[in-house]
Write a protein that binds this ligand. Structure first.
Ligand SMILES: NC(=O)c1ccc[n+]([C@@H]2O[C@H](COP(=O)([O-])OP(=O)(O)OC[C@H]3O[C@@H](n4cnc5c(N)ncnc54)[C@H](O)[C@@H]3O)[C@@H](O)[C@H]2O)c1
Length: 445
């Protein structure tokens, strides 16, 4: 690390910053303390850096300062230790930005209702950085976005302050690849791709991340780094779309798609298993490919794989509702008036993240057809569902018996599926939770 810093032939201010980083004396600001920003802030603070998190949400600021974690992968105990060592603090004020040596942006990048990128969070964070930027700072964008954001949107805003990139300050893009809830690969152990505006920027950002992340992967530009992230998530979205289509095909042909995938994955090369489900959710997989599709549309190119995958994945909730209708029909019941218990509202296993969860589409379609929807999710005690506040129903024999059908949408580990099968009159299983269980009550996706 020390050698890396020494090799950095930078103009004085930036060379000084490289040395400060190597000595862990650099101050790091992280804008946005969510699923991405908080774990990152914690890793740098654990390395001995003085880290300041900036978030507009006062509850998150209070949470960090009181050492109360709101992110599953960050134990409150870590926050407590780092707070006690005065290495981590949070604030809602951007006035601290001028005092930081490195500033990392981790704000949301959702879609607008029109399915176009909502850049407002990046723009407002950039505006604040531009107000406080000074010579010798390193700025890094981590939020997932379309190729060109760092050099076409952020760079001009920062250089408008009269500073020159690569000489007075450095600017880079480094995509976050965290997988919340994944106990094997975490912030520190997921290789970090880094692309700067100039080679100098890439080197400085690599020095910084090299302190807290096991492996850094420098690439030739910020655009390449932005595209890397979109390739990864488009790859997932398209492959999930493909396997969802295979699931629909298998359904028509009366073949168990899960058995097919299990056998196919024994091939030691050229195949990688993806699994069907009730649709895709979360902040990343449904949205990120749309950032790419939007950007190339501006260049007159239609991203056909992305559009097709979006269409297939988006139709899966409808397919689930059809399955539920079929199950009820077999029991001489109509969807109208039937009581359906949804198991798992969060978009993925063992997390409470509800963003863009397909469970909401399933619930909406069911209620549009007159069904009465209840849910059980140990990670979601209460939530707004179809415009009404609801609470998670306790998973008891009485609740299950009262339902006409239980539907496994997300198979959290904490749920007692044996109890579900015993008491629910019928079960639609969209996750293959009941693999190997023989029961006439179970209908798979
Ligand atoms: N969640 C994931 O699994 C994941 C994985 C990889 C990449 N990403 C990307 O990382 C970025 C952040 O995602 P996230 O899941 O951490 O979002 P998040 O919603 O959990 O956290 C974002 C935080 O930023 C704060 N914020 C919003 N605007 C702000 C501003 N102008 N100034 C200061 N704070 C502001 C919000 O209050 C929130 O606490 C997104 O671009 C996302 O696509 C997310």
């Amino acid at each position: 690390m020390g050698r890396r810093a020494a090799r950095l032939s930078a103009p004085t201010g930036l060379a000084r910053l490289a040395k400060k980083i190597a000595a862990r004396r650099a101050r790091i600001g992280v804008i946005g303390l969510g699923y991405v920003g908080l774990p990152l802030a914690v890793e740098f603070a654990k390395e001995g850096f003085s880290v300041t998190g900036i978030d507009l949400d006062p509850a998150r600021v209070r949470g960090v300062n009181a050492a109360r974690s709101y992110i599953l992968d960050v134990p409150s105990e870590d926050l407590r230790r780092l707070r006690a060592a005065r290495r981590l603090r949070a604030t809602a004020s951007f006035n601290v930005l001028g005092a930081q040596d490195a500033v990392i942006i981790c704000v949301p990048t959702p879609l607008r209702k029109t399915r176009e990128p909502d850049m407002s969070y990046i723009l407002s964070a950039t505006k604040e950085i531009a107000r406080h930027i000074r010579k010798g700072q390193l700025i890094v964008l981590e939020s997932t976005t379309y190729p060109g954001t760092t050099d076409e949107v952020i760079l001009p805003a920062l250089e408008a302050r009269g500073l020159t990139v690569g000489r007075d300050f450095c600017l880079a893009f480094s995509p976050e690849r965290i997988d919340p809830g994944n106990a094997t690969y975490m912030t520190r152990t997921i290789p970090k791709v880094i692309g700067g505006i100039t080679p100098q920027c890439t080197k400085l950002a690599t020095v910084l991340y090299g302190c807290a992340i096991h492996r850094t992967v420098p690439v030739s530009s910020s655009k390449v780094a932005e595209m890397v992230k979109l390739l990864e998530n488009t790859f997932r979205a398209v492959n999930i779309g493909l396997v969802n289509e295979i699931a629909l095909i298998c359904d028509r042909l009366g073949i168990d798609v899960w058995e097919v995938i299990d056998a196919a994955k024994t091939k030691p090369f050229g195949f990688m298993p993806f699994y069907p489900g009730p649709g895709i959710g979360g902040h990343c997989i449904p949205s990120d490919p749309m950032y790419l599709a939007w950007k190339v549309r501006v260049h007159g190119f239609e991203a056909r794989f992305i559009e097709l995958a979006t269409q297939i994945n988006g139709a899966m909730p409808e397919h689930v509702v059809e399955k539920i209708g079929g199950v009820l029909n077999a029991r001489r019941k109509a969807l109208k008036g039937a009581r359906v218990l949804l198991l798992g509202l969060a978009y993925k296993k063992d997390v409470g993240d509800l963003r863009d969860s397909p469970a909401f589409d399933v619930a909406r379609l069911l209620e549009q057809r007159g069904a009465v929807v209840d849910y059980h999710d140990p990670f979601v005690p209460s939530t707004e569902l179809n415009g009404r506040r609801r609470s998670s129903s306790p998973l008891t024999p009485a609740t299950l018996r009262r339902s006409d059908c239980a539907v496994v949408l997300t198979n959290h580990s904490k749920v007692d599926y044996t109890l579900v099968l015993r008491w629910a009159p019928a079960v639609v299983d969209t996750r293959n939770q009941y693999q190997g269980t023989r029961s006439k009550k179970i209908v798979k996706l």
